[in-house]
Design a protein around this ligand. Structure first.
Ligand SMILES: NC(=O)c1ccc[n+]([C@@H]2O[C@H](COP(=O)([O-])OP(=O)(O)OC[C@H]3O[C@@H](n4cnc5c(N)ncnc54)[C@H](OP(=O)(O)O)[C@@H]3O)[C@@H](O)[C@H]2O)c1
Length: 260
């Protein structure tokens, strides 16, 4: 698919937080027509203020409008909020691209009604903004591949959905390496990679994404409240080794996948 075709679609982003707004801004930067872009949020005045600062207020829409009018729906709410969105009643003509950690494809298909579901787990919003994101992807389709390409994602397609769990941990690594040193923890990284060898490559790349300044803000933007990065950072703050902290992240991911 060429970008001209992609730019004709209507995109709705449900969840205009760190990831949702980074995607909207990046799409706008690459020339995606803003008239074709809608975003929703949950009423936070801080989010409204960010949307205002980012000149995205005219793009705010409610979830039902997004569901009714979008060809591509990006779901970027916290995993624990997904069930609360209710049934979407879509068919396969709508592509659903989920950025949520933890929520499985089968649950997304069931709740949205579309079987055209792609899951993607990128490194944080700052890396989306500067086109350096590394992203684990499960399932693919032309539309999603084109979007990831335009956004400059360095994608790692996994064949088995369970492997995405490791990519979810990998997506947290730039924030983790903003806190603990990559070289000093190489043995823990090797040990963690035993079940998913690709993790070593991704970890090395993730270390290159750590900013030299503003690390606390970078960690804050990456750590979704109640999410996997937050679980890893809290484990490190509690004195755990990197290996144990990464496993705490895997456990949190499993908890999120079971939330009703
Ligand atoms: N941050 C990362 O680096 C990262 C990396 C990979 C994957 N992810 C995944 O990406 C998703 C978003 O993460 P984030 O860090 O962007 O979270 P976030 O900053 O907390 O943003 C979540 C957004 O969802 C909105 N929301 C909540 N309930 C909603 C509803 N019923 N309808 C519409 N919008 C609703 C919230 O609205 P309010 O602002 O009004 O509360 C908020 O704007 C998560 O599922 C996470 O697992 C994040």
């Amino acid at each position: 698919m060429i970008s001209e075709d992609f730019f004709k679609y209507n995109i709705g982003i449900i969840g205009a937080g760190h990831i949702g707004q980074a995607l909207a801004l990046k799409l706008r930067d690459i020339g995606f027509p803003t008239d074709n872009l809608k975003l929703s949020y949950n009423g936070s005045i801080f989010t409204f203020s960010d949307l205002y600062d980012n000149e995205l207020v005219d793009n705010i829409a409610d979830n039902s409008k997004i569901v009714d009018t979008s060809d591509i729906i990006i779901v970027s709410v916290p995993p624990q909020m997904f069930k609360k969105l209710g049934e979407f009643n879509l068919d396969d003509s709508t592509t659903v691209i989920s950025f949520m950690a933890g929520v499985k494809t089968s649950d997304i298909k069931k709740q949205t009604g579309s079987s055209n579901v792609v899951r993607v787990i990128p490194t944080g919003p700052d890396t989306i903004r500067d086109s350096s994101a590394i992203a684990g992807v499960y399932n693919s389709c032309d539309i999603a591949d084109c979007m990831f390409d335009l956004l400059g994602f360095d994608t790692f397609n996994v064949e088995c959905e369970d492997d995405l769990n490791y990519m979810i941990i990998a997506g947290c690594l730039p924030a983790v390496f903003a806190k603990v040193d990559y070289d000093e923890n190489i043995d823990d990284i090797k040990k963690f990679s035993e079940n998913f060898p690709l993790f070593m490559d991704v970890a090395k790349k993730a270390n290159d994404l750590v900013p030299s300044e503003g690390r606390d803000e970078f960690i804050k933007n990456t750590a979704t409240k109640g999410g996997v990065t937050e679980a890893i950072i809290e484990a490190l703050d509690g004195g755990m080794s990197l290996f144990d902290a990464l496993n705490a992240g895997l456990d949190r991911n499993i908890e999120l996948s079971k939330l009703e």
